[in-house]
Design a protein around this ligand. Structure first.
Ligand code: SAM
Length: 215
């Protein structure tokens, strides 16, 4: 079991996230957070140092991408079930940290920004995995982020989004900001088809599957 995250760590993350949001730079707070952690994963609120429990077989395989990969545990799980994996994160420090943790990795870890994806990555993946990145971005950024994630899929490719879901009338609290159901459903207007959803019992966590129709 991962250790519970210290309340002060969460508060510091919330302050950084709010400031970045106010400045209209929603992804800007991650690099300072990883830098301040200085190699101590207990200072990274989402770093469980284990694959997410909703990463479960069967997996689509093929050419995979992991969005906002952080310290790499999910990317390594994907790598065991894929032909190749490109795992990217906006934070250069997170990417260096992941490379140190997984020196023999089959995963290609790379610093890249979801909002400025390298053109050669567009439409290049059979399987795209996103864990907790959308819910760490404010609502005004989510449509653009979702569209960018969807743009990675090749025809016939499958997207897994792992996120918390909140009811429409839930109060807006500190980050993470669980998704509204309609924010997930918006993927249908971005050219994707809903496939299925798995939930983690007694939690608000889901793994939502979407597919880009084959041509
Ligand atoms: C809440 S963390 C989750 C990290 C990892 N997926 C996990 O579950 O442990 C969100 C991650 O998304 C990354 N991220 C945020 N904005 C991004 C962007 N524009 N492009 C790529 N990665 C981004 C952050 O640096 C961070 O590592």
């Amino acid at each position: 079991m991962p250790e519970p995250v210290d309340i002060e760590v969460r508060k510091a993350a919330a302050r950084l996230a709010n400031r970045a949001r106010e400045q209209g730079q929603p992804s800007q707070w991650f690099e300072p957070l990883y830098q301040a952690a200085d190699g101590d994963a207990r200072c990274v609120p989402w770093a469980d140092l284990a694959p997410h429990p909703l990463l479960q077989e069967p997996a689509p395989g093929g050419r995979a991408a992991v969005v906002g990969c952080g310290l790499g545990d999910d990317a390594e799980w994907v790598a065991a079930r894929a032909d190749s994996v490109w795992a990217f994160d906006v934070s250069a420090t997170a990417i260096e940290w992941a490379k140190q943790r997984w020196p023999d990795a089959r995963v290609q870890y790379e610093q890249a920004d979801l909002f400025a994806l390298p053109p050669e990555r567009l439409g290049a993946f059979d399987w795209v995995v996103e864990v907790y990145t959308l819910q760490a971005l404010p609502p005004e950024s989510r449509a653009a982020a979702s569209r960018a994630i969807a743009s990675l899929l090749a025809p016939g490719g499958e997207l897994w989004i792992i996120t918390r879901i909140r009811p429409e009338d839930a109060e807006w609290g500190p980050v993470p900001w669980p998704l509204l159901r309609r924010e997930l459903d918006a993927l249908a207007s971005m050219g994707l088809e809903f496939v299925k959803e798995e939930a983690l019992t007694d939690t608000d966590l889901v793994r939502s599957h979407w597919r880009r129709p084959a041509k």
